[in-house]
Ligand binder design. Structure first.
Ligand SMILES: [Fe+2]
Length: 397
């Protein structure tokens, strides 16, 4: 059998943290702390919602029983801003902790990772703008309480500067030592966040599959992830207490982010959602979900065979459809699912005169996602896509 997508001569180079996966795997946190903290003093980064859910109390108890002292920083609110990162860095320095544990959604994990670079505190602005981390930081353990979004295991960390523009910091120093993915921790996630986290996971899987950098390894992961997420998303929204469904979603979202991390990356959808995230006060998962069908539609001329496969993966049985019709069907079936989940793909709050600026931001800060996109995108194309998103115009309707 010839593996068509294997590009002989291309080197694939990726690094993942130790992954501990399973229901109640949080019980192994003290063992992992002992492996990386000499002082047995750890710094927990979280937010008030997670604190209120009782997750932090349970984890505190686990650590206390193992003789581990801890400080809790619970000031993460919304997107990971540079102000919060600096506050957390100062608090880490004062605490004299030697290990950082991020517990929560992507923002908590990103703040934990960025703030672990405590020795870079003096020039943190410059580091973000130049995207060069010069000194290593403290070891990090991540404990996601949402479905996997990438921050729990990636070398990247998102930071929002004072002007609202999102930057992504990349460094091997940002890779956590361990990530503990325990589906039971996602049970307490509010219904909307569960849905947005699921949309983000779906967008990672489909974008990784469409990516110009996709190859046999990433394709196998992303195809399986698309199938599981598409099948489980409605149930996870309807029944947040169902551990079997949460387990499936955690595993599939992990597959999707490993596909992203092992070379495929994300493409146009995430370039759009990150750009919009710096402008609109909307969650990343929601914006990524909204952007996905527009990115798929734009990519039809360059990725119709992949998109046709997506249609088959998510259950399209009609044997009379050609590749292009199937690609359109993939988009239609995804937007039908959104209708069922009450997700509108129309962002009418985008102001017409803001669109040229959004395009400039996307081409300046999210170029790497655009480079991976299977279809070349021009600034004129991008303007049309933002207008379509504003008008909710998908598939010509
Ligand atoms: Fe994402």
């Amino acid at each position: 059998m010839v593996i068509q997508s294997l590009k002989i001569g291309t080197q694939y180079d990726f690094q993942l943290p130790k992954i501990v996966f399973g229901a109640n795997s949080i019980a192994s946190l003290p063992k992992e702390v002992n492996a990386f903290s000499k002082s047995k003093r750890v710094f927990i980064v979280t937010d008030k919602g997670i604190k209120k859910s009782g997750i932090i109390d349970n984890i505190s108890e686990l650590l206390r029983k193992s003789g581990v002292e801890f400080a809790i920083f619970e000031s993460v609110v919304g997107e990971p801003t540079i102000q919060i990162v600096k506050e957390a860095m100062l608090a880490i320095k004062e605490s004299k902790c030697d290990l950082v544990i991020g517990i929560g959604g992507g923002s908590c994990l990103d703040v934990a990772k960025s703030a672990s670079l405590v020795d870079n505190l003096e020039n943190v602005h410059e580091i973000v703008l130049k995207d060069t981390v010069v000194k290593p930081g403290l070891p990090v353990i991540t404990v996601p309480t949402t479905f996997c979004n990438g921050s729990e295991l990636s070398y990247a960390s998102l930071i929002k500067l004072e002007d609202g523009v999102k930057h992504i910091l990349h460094s091997p120093y940002l890779i956590p030592k361990v990530t503990i993915i325990d589906p039971s921790l996602t049970i307490s996630l509010p219904q909307k966040q569960t849905l947005y986290s699921g949309l983000d996971a779906l967008s990672h899987a489909v974008e990784a599959f469409m990516s110009k950098k996709a190859y046999a390894l990433t394709d196998s992961l992303s195809q399986k992830a698309i199938k599981i997420i598409f099948e489980n998303l409605p149930a996870t929204f309807a029944d947040g207490e169902n551990l079997d469904i949460k387990y499936n979603m955690c595993l599939a979202s992990l597959m999707a982010v490993i596909a992203v991390m092992s070379g495929a990356g994300v493409c146009l959808g995430h370039a759009l959602s990150h750009t919009l995230g710096g402008y609109l006060d909307k969650p990343h998962g929601f914006l990524s979900g909204v952007a996905l069908p527009y990115a798929m539609e734009y990519n039809i001329p360059a990725a119709y065979s992949k998109l046709a496969k997506v249609a088959r993966i998510i259950g399209e049985k009609n044997k009379l459809l050609n590749m292009r019709e199937l690609a359109l069907k993939a988009i239609k079936n995804i937007t039908d699912l959104y209708d069922q989940l009450n997700i509108s793909v129309k962002l009418q709050e985008i102001k017409e005169d803001k669109i040229p600026e959004l395009v400039e931001i996307m081409f300046t800060f999210f170029k790497s996602q655009l480079v991976r996109n299977p279809r070349v995108i021009t600034k004129d194309d991008a303007i049309k896509i933002f207008i379509n998103i504003r008008d909710g115009k998908i598939l010509g309707i």
